[in-house]
Design a protein around this ligand. Structure first.
Ligand SMILES: Cc1ncc(COP(=O)(O)O)c(C=O)c1O
Length: 404
């Protein structure tokens, strides 16, 4: 018996490649620093509810801001599209995947956003890593907000452009970088989130647009968290009056629209160029019909129901008021905890009390700012939010302050 298990151990050791060893050691090191991530099976249900290991939870961790993932009209549209057009697209948009549904979705977005044209991508991530390298290259320069989403950073790397990061939402810092570096490069672009995914604040788009106009930069705004919930549903630029000129308005249908897929709204010429040069649009199969059908139906609801669009921010503000936090401008509210260990412990304690609130840790957020990220939905009931606040207070989960 002992002989057999020693033999098995030797065999296991012998079959371990340097790749396995690398993975094992890397995981061990991540674990040691509370940075290992694990995927948990979660069954999402109607009304901002989720089931984990059979335990019902009220979820404050989902980007389904309007509850449209479970809206009967959206689900029906997904089913109808699959019945009419099949389960998959069958090819990339360039070959036979540019279906009547994609055309309809493009048209809907053009009408909603008031731009000349639109291109549809497989996801928001794919949109960014396709758009930016298609327009910007090695002779060019990018100025990126330090808190911009991971896929904008990835796009910057792929583009091979010189990249300067400016302090979060600090337009004075951006201006100083532009004055110092802009003239050394051919083309230049500013990259920012519209609503910042881990902080919930909004980019100063009017000031960014002014700098873009004055110094000849192209402004790219990733509005993944703005569509459907700010600016009467039209997104972050429409939070401001008049809406500033944003040359490249990118976003996703995977959050408030409750479906899947990415988009870019821009001028006719820019979109034509993107459709012929963006590798993540050309060299990948088009979105499945069900996702396209769902997005079209969701947009119809978003365009018609402004009251629904205003609910997530209203719900977020029930929370901020109760917790003594600054008012929310978006459905995302962070509670900065500090260490990854403490953020994980807080998330676990909340889960035991019936609330699903994910801990967000570095490298997604800067070191020392691990946090609980609350995402509010039109589906949350006021009493759900008040109970969450009571639980936070009972568990003594408080935001990190300068004196703490
Ligand atoms: C700001 C931002 N941009 C892009 C994405 C990616 O969008 P998608 O999930 O459609 O790939 C996300 C979401 O994960 C995001 O938060």
């Amino acid at each position: 018996m002992l002989k057999k298990s020693i033999l098995q151990l030797i065999l296991k050791w012998q079959t371990m490649t340097s790749l396995d060893e690398f993975a094992k050691n890397k995981l061990k090191s991540l674990e040691k620093h509370s940075l290992r991530r694990s995927l948990k099976i979660t069954k999402r249900e109607k009304g901002a509810k989720s089931l984990r290991a059979g335990k019902p939870l009220i979820s404050f961790s989902c980007n389904d801001y309007l509850g449209l993932t479970h809206h009967p009209e959206v689900i029906k549209a997904a089913g109808d599209a699959a019945l009419a057009y099949g389960a998959g697209a069958g090819a990339s948009q360039l070959i036979t995947g540019h279906s009547p549904l994609i055309k309809q979705l493009e048209k809907t977005m053009v009408e909603f956003k008031g731009t000349q044209s639109c291109a549809i991508f497989g996801s928001g991530y794919m949109a960014n890593i396709g758009i930016i390298p298609a327009l910007i290259g090695g002779d060019d320069v990018l100025f990126i907000d330090e808190y911009a989403h991971a896929c904008l950073w990835q796009a910057a790397v792929i583009s091979q452009a010189k990249t300067f990061s400016f302090r979060h939402n600090d337009t004075d810092h951006l201006k100083s970088l532009i004055l110092k570096h802009r003239s050394d490069y051919k083309h230049a672009m500013i990259l920012t989130d519209g609503i910042f995914s881990m902080d919930g604040d909004i980019a100063p788009l009017p000031e960014l647009s002014e700098l873009a106009e004055k110094y000849d930069l192209w402004l790219h705004c990733d509005d993944a968290h703005g569509l459907g919930v700010v600016g009467s549903g039209k997104g972050a630029a429409h939070h401001f009056s008049p809406a500033p000129n944003v040359h490249l308005q990118m976003g996703t249908f995977s959050k408030a629209a409750g479906s899947f897929g990415g988009y870019l709204c821009a001028s006719k010429d820019v979109i034509e160029l993107i459709k012929t040069r963006a590798r993540s649009l050309i060299f990948t199969t088009a979105l499945p019909p069900a996702s396209l059908g769902a997005s079209i139906a969701a947009l119809k609801i978003i365009m018609e129901d402004k009251d629904l669009c205003s609910l997530p921010v209203q719900k977020a503000n029930i929370f901020t008021k109760q917790m003594g936090l600054p008012p929310a401008v978006s459905p995302i509210v962070p509670l900065i905890i500090g260490s990854s260990d403490d953020a994980l412990a807080a998330s676990k304690a909340l889960e035991e009390s019936g609330f699903l609130v994910s801990a967000i840790r570095p490298p997604t957020v800067p070191k020392g700012t691990a946090r609980l990220r609350f995402a509010f939905s039109a589906d949350h009931k006021e009493e759900d939010i008040l109970e969450l606040c009571d639980a936070l207070k009972e568990l003594n989960i408080m935001p990190l302050t300068e004196s703490s």
